[in-house]
Design a protein around this ligand. Structure first.
Ligand code: ADP
Length: 800
């Protein structure tokens, strides 16, 4: 439906126009406005097809309204018919045309003219609308096409950039592949090479022009063909990949190269079927060499760790074991599995006293400090304690701090240090001992010497017969005492030098101890110890108890113990006893000497067995003595295979015990005769005294003559031989050893050559090592040590 807008300030004009349009142009919709302003608003809103506009109007006249409508984009295409007052008003019409009016109607309005004019306007408007719509469509099309072209242009530009980029990338890739240090190779599915880069050519000994004549299988060494056929190719044929270590053979040099190969198939982009085999391989010769070095250095480290003599272990910062070597296992007595994960505190490896020191070391190491070496006493699993020296070092493993500990067993060093301390203490003691010994010796030797020299001075013409006897007695006693001391000194010297020989024989014990009791009772009388009772106590009543031992030494032991008992006891009882016992699975005869004497303080009971040691070391000792006796006793007991100890209470008395092995099997051997043969009369016998010292001869001459023996004197060995040859009445020879011209051994050997049955007794300086053995070896029948004891000599002469 067409729309018509009429603008006129006079309502009656509007009614007229409305009526005309209604009557003549049915189907048109009519809008009216009574002012220009309202007209413009309606025109903009309703877009009428024609506007009928009055010129003369108050406020805004028709010209102004037409001007505004034609300037407005929204309304400029709407035809405007201006209503003029008079037909000939050309001035108004020109003005109207200038501002864009399309037609004019003059008043009063002729209905036919109005209708016709409006019709024309409507047609023009319609035609214009059509043209405008067509133009708009065309414009739209042009716009769209332009856009399309612009898009296509942009895409083409982008395509070019992308292609360039791809080309550049391809270029780079080809360069990378060509110049890559890795082997890159492409072959057909049946292995025919179609591409091999420079590095590959070098590795395989293939020139670029030869590539296509080679099958990839040619470079696989025989021992790997199986692997390639069974694993590699099947994996690729399935369209997969294969990666692993291989070796390639250089076709020119036959040299093998270790490689790590990565192989895969290149697929057809359309069918996705495998098209080529691709292979990228890295030369791993160097890596393998390094691996081997690394492995061997790791093994070396492992060996060093495992076989290190010191315990090496690792702890976490809390003190839990991470690992430890063999030496650590041995040191602690725990297996590695028992240690790992356990805390050293929980394992109680250290005493509570040492824990703070260990924790301090741990804390130091955790903050990066080395500690030690510090000494600790370790508690082993089996409870044994061992001294160790521990150093700790902070170590970083995978950025975590762990504590490396090295522990050294210092048992040996400690022992050495201790014995050094004891080597030092003893040497100080020994210095002291030496001084004490010299003082004691000086005292002990001077006392009897004083008596000898003093009383021998008194032996002169003025002395009465009784006095002579008394003095001689004293001189003899003192001389004997001196001899005892000297014999003791030589004894201990010989024992310590290992020169004392033990000669075991079967010995009936009973008569031996009974003899001893007689001896000790004589001693008791000499010492005036009348308040002391001496007894023998044997639980074993068997009088024929035999012992296979060195009876001389056994006697020496018992004499020493009994002499001490008498010496240190003023009243009470001294008891000697023995009984059979089993000690350490061995049958022994246990002897004891018990006294009620002064006793020995506990702390001295061990020490008295050491040489020169006495309970009372001071010069003012009451009892005298050299401190040698018990050390001889101890050594002799040990030489006889037994042991000795003492039980004593100060002031109450002492009991010395010692044992001698008792072997029943040995009892079968022939017993030594315990009873001396009946005394023979020596009257009228001739004895050759071989002696270079006149005083010694005089003594023997006197002694023998007293027994009715005829002495003959030879001053050296040569003379002795001569006399033995000439004088067949000689019954026995008393042979001195040390003589000028010819010594006793040689003389004995010679004499025995022509008078083998003639008895010869050697007079040995007993203490000199080996004299006794040498004289027996030279052929002597017996020996007697100097100074000669008269009674013993006569006994020996009588026997022979
Ligand atoms: P001495 O020549 O001094 O007696 P010994 O070696 O025989 O040397 O004895 C060493 C020390 O042991 C003696 O000096 C004495 O102190 C102590 N002793 C030995 N036997 C006895 C004992 N029966 N009673 C008390 N003390 C003894």
């Amino acid at each position: 439906m067409k729309k018509i807008l009429a603008i006129d300030d006079k309502q009656e004009n509007l009614i007229t126009i409305k009526a005309v349009i209604k009557n003549n142009l049915s189907g048109c919709k009519m809008f009216t406005a009574v002012s220009g302003k309202e007209g413009i608003r309606i025109a903009r809103k309703e877009q009428p097809d024609t506007i009928l506009l009055d010129i003369v109007m108050p406020q805004m006249d028709g010209y102004e309204v037409c001007k505004r409508l034609k300037e407005d984009e929204l309304t400029k295409h709407i035809p405007v018919v201006m209503l003029t007052a008079i037909k000939t008003d050309s001035e108004s019409r020109v003005k109207g045309l200038n501002i864009g009016a399309d037609a004019f109607l003059s008043k009063p309005i002729d209905s036919i003219e109005l209708s016709a004019q409006v019709n024309v306007m409507l047609r023009i408007k319609e035609a214009e609308d059509g043209l405008r719509a067509e133009k708009e469509q065309l414009d739209q099309k042009v716009k769209e096409r332009t856009k399309e072209l612009q898009r296509a242009n942009k895409k083409q530009k982008q395509d070019i950039v992308e292609r360039k980029r791809i080309e550049e990338e391809m270029h780079k890739l080809v360069a990378v592949v060509k110049h890559s240090s890795e082997l890159v190779n492409l072959s057909t599915l049946d292995g025919k090479m179609i591409f091999l880069n420079e590095a590959g050519g070098k590795m395989l000994g293939i020139e670029p022009h030869e590539v296509e004549n080679v099958n990839i299988m040619e470079v696989i060494p025989d021992h790997l063909i199986g692997l390639v056929e069974k694993e590699l190719l099947p994996a690729l044929m399935k369209g997969g990949t294969w990666e692993g270590d291989l070796q390639y053979r250089n076709l020119r040099t036959a040299e093998l190269t270790d490689v790590h190969a990565m192989t895969f198939t290149v697929k057809d982009p359309d069918t996705l079927e495998p098209q080529f085999l691709a292979n990228v391989s890295f030369d791993i010769t160097e890596r393998k060499r390094l691996d081997e070095i690394l492995q061997s250095s790791e093994e070396r480290l492992k060996i060093l760790f495992e076989f290190a003599p010191d315990a090496i272990y690792m702890n976490d910062p809390k003190g839990n074991f991470i690992d430890g070597n063999k030496a650590a296992e041995e040191m602690l007595g725990y297996k590695r599995e028992e240690l790992i994960g356990k805390n050293f505190l929980k394992l109680k490896l250290l005493s509570a006293k040492e824990v703070p020191k260990a924790l301090k070391s741990l804390a130091y190491s955790v903050v990066g400090k080395k500690t030690g070496p510090d000494e600790f006493l370790l508690n082993r699993k089996d409870g044994e304690k061992i001294p160790v020296e521990i150093s700790t070092y902070p170590v970083k493993i995978k950025n975590k701090t762990v504590v490396l500990g090295i522990a050294r067993d210092i048992t040996k060093r400690k022992k050495a240090e201790n014995s050094l301390k004891i080597a030092l203490k003893k040497s100080t003691e020994s210095d002291q001992l030496k001084s004490t010994f010299l003082a004691t010796m000086s005292h002990e030797l001077r006392t009897p010497l004083n008596a000898v020299i003093g009383f021998s001075q008194l032996l002169n013409k003025e002395a009465s017969g009784e006095e002579v006897e008394e003095f001689a007695n004293r001189i003899h006693k003192s001389g004997s005492h001196l001899l005892e001391i000297i014999e003791d000194i030589f004894d201990i010297t010989l024992i310590e030098a290992g020169e004392i020989k033990i000669t075991k024989e079967k010995q009936n014990i009973r008569p031996l101890v009974e003899d001893l009791l007689v001896m000790i009772k004589t001693e008791q009388q000499k010492l005036n110890k009348h308040e002391v009772d001496i007894q023998l106590n044997s639980t074993n009543k068997n009088h024929d108890l035999h012992l296979f031992t060195d009876h001389r030494r056994l006697k020496q032991i018992l004499i020493n113990l009994l002499s001490n008992a008498i010496k240190f006891t003023d009243k009470g009882l001294i008891e000697l006893g023995y009984e059979k016992k089993i000690q350490h699975d061995q049958h022994v005869l246990q002897f004891y000497v018990n006294d009620t004497g002064i006793g020995i303080p506990k702390e001295k009971q061990k020490l008295i067995f050491d040489v020169f040691r006495q309970v009372d070391d001071t010069h003012t000792r009451r009892y005298g003595g050299t401190g040698i006796g018990l050390s001889i006793v101890k050594k002799l007991t040990e030489l006889l295979g037994g042991n000795i100890w003492v039980e004593s209470e100060e002031g109450a008395g002492s009991t010395f015990y010692f044992t001698i092995p008792y072997d029943k099997l040995k009892e079968t051997s022939k017993p030594r005769s315990d009873h001396p043969k009946k005394k023979q009369s020596l009257m009228g016998k001739t004895v050759l005294i071989v002696e270079d010292v006149k005083s010694s001869f005089d003594f023997l001459d006197y002694l023998l003559k007293k027994s009715g023996i005829e002495p003959v004197w030879a001053k050296d060995g040569k003379e002795a031989i001569k006399l033995c040859k000439e004088n067949s009445s000689i019954d026995l020879v008393l042979m001195d050893i040390n003589m000028p011209v010819m010594n006793g051994y040689e003389a004995t050997k010679e004499i025995k050559k022509f008078r083998s049955k003639l008895p010869i007794i050697a007079q040995t300086a007993y203490a000199i090592a080996g004299d006794r053995e040498k004289s027996l070896a030279a052929g002597c029948d017996d020996y007697i040590s100097k100074p000669i004891k008269a009674e013993l000599l006569m006994e020996k002469i009588g026997k022979l």
